[in-house]
Design a binder for this molecule. Sequence first.
Ligand code: ADP
Ligand code: ZN
Ligand code: ZN
Length: 740
Amino acid sequence: MAVARVALDIPARALADAFDYDIPPNLESEARVGCAVLVEFGHRKAVGHVVDVVASSDVPGRKPLCAVLSPPRFDEVSARLAAWIAGEYVAPLADAVRLFLPSGSVPEVAKTDDGWQLVRPRVRQATERVVEICGDAGFVPAVSATRQRAVLDALAAGPLTTGELNALLGPVSSVVTRLSEAGAVRVRERQRSRGPAPVSRPAPRHEELSVGQSGALDTIDAAQPGSWVVVKGVTGSGKTEVYLRAIEKVRAAGRGAIVLVPEISLTPQTVGRFRSRFGDEIAVLHSRLSAGERFDEFERVARGEARVVVGARSALFAPVTDLGIVVIDEEHETSYKQGSSPRYHAREVARRLVELRSAVLVTGSATPSMESLHAAETGRCALCELPERVGGGALPEIDVVDLGAEFATGNRSMFSRRLVEELIGVQERGEKAILLMNRRGYASFLLCRECGHVPGCDRCSTSLTFHETGPVLMCHHCAARVAVPPVCPKCESPYLRRFGAGTQRVAEEVALVVPELPVVRMDADTTSNKGGHERRLAEFESHSSAVLVGTQMLAKGLDYPSVTLVGVVTADTTLHLPDVRAGERTFQMLEQVAGRAGRGPQGGRVIIQTYWPEHAAIRAVVTRDPEVFYAQDRGERRDLGYPPFGRIANITLTARVRSRAKEHADVIARTIAEHAPEQVRVLGPSPAPLARIKDRYRWHVLVKASEGHPLSELVRAALAAVPSASDVSVAPDIDPLDLM
Ligand code: ADP
Ligand code: ZN
Ligand code: ZN
């Protein structure tokens, strides 16, 4: 009798492998890899997913499958990729398998008064809402004119479903409601079609490729199946055009494509460029899609109707037929790392995916990650450079203001005189400005306002974090604790300040220095409710002259032609995060600002305020020479054995009771140390930089190993050896992007 290997979602056995079940003769033809099945586990029923079918098994006392609940939703190759993800990122196999299943498609077993009951996934609705233009109502008040125009433009080519509109433009239901009240559009219900309405595909207008672009395209063309090509080129150097051409070639050969872009870049313009080349062959996978819409898109891809999938991180798992190429744009973006289990990095999964499917991986960025550069240096991928913008294009002027020098001359404000002058200029000329307050997380640090010194750890290359309790300074790498010094350890100034100011203070400061200039604030606080983001931007657009104050989320939206000034209030806030990648984050953010700001006819200027003007991340941006930063960062990481020159695992333990998190962390640290060979170091446990979130105390254990070390196996073995505690949750993060 054949045996099905089934991934089961059983929290107490989280890191267990698949479980074996006999396939009874009546299910022989149905039970295949990718099917959801119903099984018995202990005395209950459970839903699982078949990840393999084998001829026999030596597991004793096997039970038969009870039922097959769904047709196959993924194939053998996906099952192998899921197993790799679970192994590499020390995650439950069921979590990895679920990546391949659109949410809402998985049946569940629910407990009821009289036993267990199977909850089938929601059926998709038979009708959908379609929006179409029906008249010209002119300008409708009370919604942003820009949003109205965007909706009407999108509908100009024909009706779209509300789902399609949302996927293209973000939440627009309020705009659609107003437009329909005014008689400009009509919303009606219609029967769901099998696929989307056919979109006419304009013949591509092909520009002549630049030398760099042709070179990159040739390299991709010549790439062996399973290999990886890195395209390094500033914004506007024509990378997207290279992706489009490479995908056209793949399509001409009858194969499919996946394109990943950061969620925040999944704009109508981006999608439009792909749609204009590939028409209704594209499927867009977006977090704004409802579960039903997402399911439908997966189905279209599985049926082979859509062969080019454009989407955020999770689009990697779409069932594209005969995959030929995977493109990851803005490869350095942190959003490619998943924050919950399995904590995978899309780049690493994509590398494995193209190997398994004999496809080619292309990653592109203006500021490639050190992992990509290191891979290129060691010959594990090809590197193509696009050093220039197509069609030239003016770059903004960049000026650095030394805040330490500013303070020395008596200026106690958070704005330099220079920045104030520029803001006044913006107001007088009726222009617009953006002020970035680059703040992440809640960690704060101590900074000397006179010399810019930030107390750091003697042993690790990170700054010490200020903790209210104590108060005390703490290193989150080695758990060292240091008393808060009364004066600056370097220059003995008494002006030591806790740093970590928010956007609110920046907004208040603007109101103080240029009261005539309207201020719009945009950060996690002001945009947390639905549509908050678009309302803030609409407000900023509605003014003829204004300042937009926000966190680094604004760095991506710098394509406003009317913005002539971008001020980075303090570049230092990320430089001092307890994070080995602090410099990298700052560099990437500043590069983005420097590459994008001031694109309009009036040109523009970037002002970077910092206490650390000689930091390589800042000098690299000002001198427009990324190697200034990379050389320094490479050296530091190599010396300290940080990724990609070494490996790190960060295991976070959380519990409602502080001592429980700590006790469990102690046991885990000890167990790993017992399992670990000589070359592996276990650091901690120590309180996590975010020591408490939502009433849960957080502790962490860091494990450092040499490059290429099978760190995941070590962590998995150790975690499996520690009995789980129901009141403590354990979250292993392999090769983490931050240590928060
Ligand atoms: P990137 O993805 O690197 O930011 P894009 O591919 O978006 O760059 O190119 C920037 C702009 O230049 C786009 O408007 C694009 O249509 C145009 N473009 C790209 N390649 C060429 C080319 N070879 N000749 C002329 N224009 C080009
Ligand atoms: Zn330390
Ligand atoms: Zn000092």
